[in-house]
Design a protein around this ligand. Structure first.
Ligand code: NOJ
Ligand code: NOJ
Length: 575
């Protein structure tokens, strides 16, 4: 009897599909997926149809050249875009895209080496947020550095690396990808603790998004380093990942039920920075873990509600929507860029967080409601109480259906404001929903693709968020230091002295005039003891100076990671 009614239901559903056709969300997703994928590819050089002038593998933010001029490449936008592409390759959905990743890889390995206003490759230049599309530095005034870029780029390349390792390409990964990934991870390790501009390029402070994606990158880096036998980097990455996880907890607002996106501003701190963080650190193996801010964690759900609600009254296009219905959302309520409007990528991100949550609830067959997430769940069952609702309960099924529907609502809002050609700009006008600001924003298309994939139940690879413990004491700022004695065996001519130059301020940031003098007390060994920050990767060289003349030791640089604290002794020979 039961199997008959199951069959009958299945039959009726297939009739609905046959006679009534796809639902509005199904038809939007089926047309918009193809448009979004084409939209991404059009914005990648050298042959993208909307990116002429962009070198091979360079992702333009948008073809728009004025109001605003987005014909540049941002490390953030490009890395998030290639995360989508790498995912399509890794899941074998579209293996033909592999050639594009290789082009992106070559392009980024070159961009890493460009001296730019944030520094050089080894002195902080990896934090430079944007470059010209012919791979030269952008020298005008800008909100720099932005320290999320290296972390996001490393995550994208690690996705690719793990795919290649699974397909027996370990040697290629170790030789080619690892050095590029390591530079970015070393940057995260060395600089996470310093002020950064946020992802909206406006505020120089500390940012939840940046912290969360940096933490993820280091954890993934630890696992990859283990796979590749690169054991020397692991202690430093572990120490700083723990410090990042600790610091990440400090963004919780004391009473508002949300995460404060940036420190030290007079804004509310409500910001899609945090929604984006939850979807980009999603690790299905971590369940609904709050410390790593998983999409279904009580803190992330509470945060989602506060964030969404902050746009209900400020955008006219949201007026009239029920208090628990989906609405268009923007970067943050106080936004004034183009007068402050909904962004496609923000609204898609809300849908994606909810779809990710659904994936985990279905995996674990239970929904837990806590006092922290109560208000979120009361949008769907007004008198629900805290508790654990297993899949056998009607509460579970009611919540799951209502939340899927809520998530679909955000996609449908974007669908409503998508013009008939399917093009996605950056924003839509808050009063009438017409497209605004940059046309064909690559990141808008990428955000559509990841939201659609999450709706389809796509489960991303785990990055190691499961089972972490937040250290009980966060590292003090600045952290511990190590006392390092550098010795070099170097014969010199009369009048010549030996100095030590290197990639950190303590070694003069490579400037010969700021290099550290070495003592010749034990000639021909020259020595100096320097206090350096703990767990920091340092590149250095010895130089000989005679009056104004400088002779550098030959390439390559010496490269080394400091211990956490204590003392160390290095002995090198001049070359
Ligand atoms: C350009 C940035 O890209 C954007 O995020 C910012 O809001 C405006 N400048 C205003 O600072
Ligand atoms: C402005 C956004 O605020 C920023 O996040 C983005 O990187 C650039 N536009 C380029 O799309």
């Amino acid at each position: 009897m039961r199997s008959f009614s199951v069959l009958l239901t299945a039959f009726l559903f297939s009739c609905v599909d046959k006679f009534l056709g796809p639902t509005p969300i199904q038809s939007y997703i089926s047309t918009e997926s193809a448009i979004a994928k084409a939209g991404v590819l059009a914005n990648i050089g050298p042959d993208g149809s909307k990116s002429s002038g962009a070198l091979s593998g360079v992702v333009i933010a948008s073809p728009n050249t004025n109001n605003p001029n987005y014909l540049y490449t941002w490390i953030r936008d490009a890395s998030l875009t290639f995360k989508v592409i790498a995912q399509k390759v890794a899941s074998e959905e579209d293996p033909t895209l592999r050639a594009k990743i290789d082009q992106f890889f070559l392009s980024q390995s070159h961009i890493q080496t460009l001296t730019n206003p944030s520094g050089t490759e080894s002195t902080g230049g990896l934090g430079e947020p944007k470059f010209n599309i012919n791979e030269t530095q952008y020298t005008d005034k800008w909100g720099r550095p932005q320290r999320d870029g290296p972390a996001l780029r490393a995550t994208t390349f690690m996705l690719y690396a793990n795919y290649l390792i699974a397909n027996n390409n370990v040697t290629w990964v170790a030789k080619n990808l690892w050095p590029v990934i390591k530079l970015d991870l070393d940057y995260v390790q060395n600089y996470w603790n310093r002020t950064t501009f946020d992802l909206w390029e406006e505020i120089g402070s500390s940012s939840f998004w940046t912290t969360a994606v940096q933490h993820r990158a280091l954890r993934e880096g630890i696992a990859l380093a283990e796979d590749l036998g690169q054991m020397d980097v692991i202690p430093g990455y572990v120490a700083q990942a723990n410090n990042l996880l600790c610091f990440q907890q400090s963004f919780k607002h004391s009473s508002g039920g949300y995460i404060t996106a940036n420190t030290g501003t007079c804004r509310s701190g409500i910001d899609s920075n945090t929604i984006l963080a939850s979807i980009h650190v999603f690790d299905p193996a971590a369940g609904c873990d709050a410390a790593t801010f998983q999409p279904c964690s009580d803190v992330a759900l509470s945060n989602l509600k506060v964030y969404v609600d902050s746009f209900r009254s400020i955008y006219s296009i949201n007026h009239g929507a029920a208090g628990n219905a989906a609405v268009a959302t923007g970067r943050y309520p106080e936004d004034a860029y183009y007068c402050g409007n909904p962004w496609y990528l923000s609204t898609f991100a809300v849908a994606e967080q909810l779809y990710d949550a659904v994936i985990v609830w279905e995996q674990q067959q239970v929904i837990n409601v806590t006092s922290t997430s109560l208000l979120f769940f009361r949008q769907f069952i007004s008198d629900i109480g805290s508790g654990s609702y297993p899949a056998s309960t009607s509460t579970y099924s009611t919540l799951l259906a209502a939340i899927k529907n809520f998530a679909d609502g955000f996609v449908l809002i974007n669908a409503k404001y998508t013009p008939s050609d399917g093009g996605l700009s950056e924003q839509v006008n808050r009063d009438n929903g017409t497209p605004l600001s940059a046309k064909d924003l690559t990141w808008s298309y990428a955000s559509a693709l990841t939201a659609f994939a999450a709706r389809g139940g796509f489960i991303p690879a785990s990055w190691g968020a499961a089972g972490l413990t937040v250290p009980s004491v966060c590292r003090s700022n600045p952290g511990p230091t190590a006392s390092v004695t550098f010795n070099v065996y170097a014969t010199t001519n009369p009048g010549e002295n030996v100095f030590l130059a290197g990639s950190v301020p303590e070694l003069g940031n490579w400037l010969p005039e700021k290099a550290v003098p070495l003592s010749s007390q034990n000639y021909p060994t020259w020595s100096a003891t320097v206090t350096l920050p703990g767990y920091t990767s340092v590149d250095y060289k010895f130089i000989k100076k005679h009056n104004d003349q400088v002779i550098w030791s030959s390439d390559p640089n010496w490269s080394w990671q400091t211990p956490e604290a204590g003392t160390a002794n290095l002995s090198d020979t001049w070359r």
